[in-house]
Design a protein. Structure first.
Length: 309
């Protein structure tokens, strides 16, 4: 699957992933009202509104981008109905030939980790049948449990030719409380990065490992360090746009071949119509605003990479 992701990044010339992290407040009123008219102001109605909102955005941008990243918490808050919307979103993105990164940030040990991996990346056995449940292509994983927690995910990835993005240095302000702690002469995130590179050596694609890393856009100097620590690791970079990251800050996350990183923007794209820059589109054309935000992000990143050559 890492080979497909790299190929699609090359073909689209768009090293970006769109975070499908919908809040109900992002969904235009006309979509909400239509869903509520059919299902009432219920969890089912909210889930339907989110699904229709996602569908409109996907239809508008799918040929421009290589991948999407639905954040499962935004769906789980609506219970079982929300998870149905998550599943519909994943399936529809696959229909559009998009790579799907399930942002689930799971992390546990033994059979629990194996169950998460089976549910999101692998198959479950029911009697004489096997089924894929959520069926993402990659998922995000919290490495706090060490190899005991990550190993079961890697085992499933090898069997299914799928991949991981492991949290190394996250974009949130308090990430340094643990991740920046010095152990000897190096911060903890460097040790995690070294371990990710080691895990990745055992599951390589043609150019890059199936085992990627999450490194936030808000710490560009850290990105520069970790790029050297993990030369064959694809880096998922959250924090662009709404959290302050800009293309010029992110060139060091990429290798000299222009590959090696994929930058995420979530509300900066899916709620673009709410921003002053894209207000002219209005709520009725929210998906067109999202499309323009994608085009602007592609131009920003590619412009920065060209200048850095």
């Amino acid at each position: 699957m890492i080979n497909k992701l790299v190929d699609k990044i090359k073909k689209t010339n768009a090293p970006i992933v769109v975070g499908l992290d919908p809040m109900l407040s992002y969904v235009p009123e006309h979509i909400q009202q239509k869903a509520f008219a059919e299902f009432g102001e219920t969890l089912e109605g909210a889930a339907e509104a989110i699904w229709q909102f996602n569908k409109g955005i996907i239809d508008s941008i799918y040929e421009l981008i290589p991948a999407v990243k639905p954040q499962i918490a935004m769906y789980e808050q609506f219970g079982v109905e929300g998870l149905k919307a998550f599943q519909k979103t994943v399936d529809y993105c696959h229909e559009k030939d998009l790579v799907v990164i399930g942002d689930i940030k799971r992390g546990d040990i033994g059979s629990t980790s194996a169950a998460y991996a089976a549910g999101h990346l692998g198959k479950v056995t029911v009697g004489s049948h096997q089924y894929s449940a959520f069926h993402e292509d990659f998922v995000t994983v919290n490495p706090y449990f060490g190899t005991d927690g990550v190993g079961p995910f890697i085992d499933v990835c090898k069997k299914e030719n799928k991949g991981l993005f492991i949290l190394v240095k996250t974009s949130n302000p308090s990430s340094g409380e643990f991740q920046d702690r010095l152990i000897g002469q190096k911060p903890l995130y460097e040790y995690v990065g070294e371990k990710v590179a080691e895990w990745g050596e055992g599951h390589m694609g043609s150019e890059y490992s199936y085992i990627g890393a999450v490194v936030g856009a808000t710490y560009p100097e850290v990105g520069k360090i970790l790029r050297k620590v993990m030369p064959k690791t694809y880096i998922l970079v959250p924090g662009y746009g709404a959290q302050g990251g800009k293309g010029a800050d992110l060139v060091h996350y990429f290798n000299e071949d222009g590959l090696g990183a994929i930058v995420n923007s979530s509300r900066g794209i899916i709620a673009a119509y709410k921003q002053e820059q894209y207000a002219k589109f209005g709520a009725a054309d929210y998906a067109d605003a999202s499309r323009q935000a994608v085009l602007d992000m592609i131009a920003d990143l590619n412009g920065a990479l060209q200048k850095a050559k």
